[in-house]
Write a protein that binds this ligand. Sequence first.
Ligand code: MG
Length: 388
Amino acid sequence: MNKYITIYFLLFAFCGTPCAASNLFFGDPPDAHHPYAVHDRNRPQPAVVVPGAQYGDAPSDAIVLFDGTEASLSNWEHRKADSQRKRDWYVVDGILRPVKGAGYLATKHKFGDVQLHIEWLAPAERSGEGQGRGNSGVFLMETFEIQILDNYDNPTYPDGTAGALYAVMPPAVNALRPYDQWQSYDIIFRRPIVRDGVIVDEGSITVLCNGVVVQDCTPLEGGGTWKTRADPNTLHPDKGSLALQDHGDPVSFRNIWIRPLRPRPIDGGSDGRLSVEATQAKRLQIAAEIRRDAAEMQEGLDQALRLYESLMYAVEPVALQTADAIIKDYLVYLESLDLNKFESEKKNLHDIAKAVIYLNKFSILPEEHFALPQVEALLKRFDLKVER
Ligand code: MG
């Protein structure tokens, strides 16, 4: 059996069917701040979340904090000592409501960055004016208050209007419905981040009131309280409870759910733009996973291409040598073919060419790598085009 026939049989045993294209060697490769290539198929697929049937309904991955049942009160605890508290929050007709003096109600669980949905209704009996009419509030990390107030036709100081980041920033617009209708807040909260005693990100808040943006990445500025700006140097913890305010008014609540958000890049997020150190670590991890995957394959073109793929994330001599050896034999075999026999090898040459040209274009293969001139010659000989 001559050398080329031997190679042919070996290759047929390796691939059986035409080797699968990797779909890689396509977008810009990983760089110092991006562990993945553009359009990288090695990037994990987003987790599947089933959205609620209607706007405001909890999606499948939400933590439901209040669903209208007494049982869901087990998610909450009082902030006023039992000995001082003569009143309580109560559930009636699926609605949660405080009795004046009940004190703040806070989640047992602590949260950092979150998406929050909450619905509220001003008291039916309207009394008082300004801050004295239907006052409550949603406190992120028990610090940053998004004001709740019966403000439909009840002006007050703007940075205390419903939808305000209290004492910091008024809502962009007043998007309240009339007082006797339910209102909704959808809040995206990005907490302050403190590292080694330094505030590296003061955090921000985005709020939609009845679907209308009223806060848009508003800087938290440490929060604020009545008449008072927060000390901008306050070092906030990474997590805190969500709290509802008892301001003495029987504001009603329903349908409260929350979703922790994925980490931001500054906070060690595993995707997207990262620090140089985090990117380097992630690239090594991706390369190792691909090489593990390649090791589980039979030897052959698929394995070689998978190993070449791993070089995009981190160059490693053994992976390069192993892939090179397979590709070298394969190219010799392709060179032995005449036009008739080549037809069934078209796709494999295409895949090899795509990989070799890409890795050469981005200087991932060593300079003067053997494969490029051979691949270019084969493409020319068999009149095959490859997207570059
Ligand atoms: Mg309030």
